[in-house]
Design a protein around this ligand. Structure first.
Ligand code: FES
Length: 84
């Protein structure tokens, strides 16, 4: 699965760097390094909706308002079940 984390200026200010670091850690905890490809992305056009991510499985979708408080929950609910 390809997960893109927005590092555009708005998301950057809202802490996307911290989200990337937290996501890397959570992926490693699940031993899923070979199943998730994390990429940084330019603005995804949803700057008003907090830090925005995209995931491409089971279909291309956007995840909004990702924060250090909910990144684990987002991973476990939106990414983990769809890993092959
Ligand atoms: S800067 Fe992230 S959606 Fe625009």
């Amino acid at each position: 699965m390809i997960v893109k984390i927005c590092v555009g200026s708005s998301c950057h200010l809202k802490g996307s760097y911290d989200i990337i670091e937290a996501m890397k850690k959570i992926i490693a905890e699940h031993g899923a390094e070979n199943k998730v490809e994390l990429r940084a992305s330019f603005c995804l056009g949803n700057c008003k909706n907090g830090v925005t991510l995209t995931a491409d499985k089971p279909d291309e979708r956007m995840l909004h308002n990702v924060s250090p408080d909910n990144v684990r929950e987002v991973f476990e609910r939106e990414i983990l079940p769809y890993l092959e």
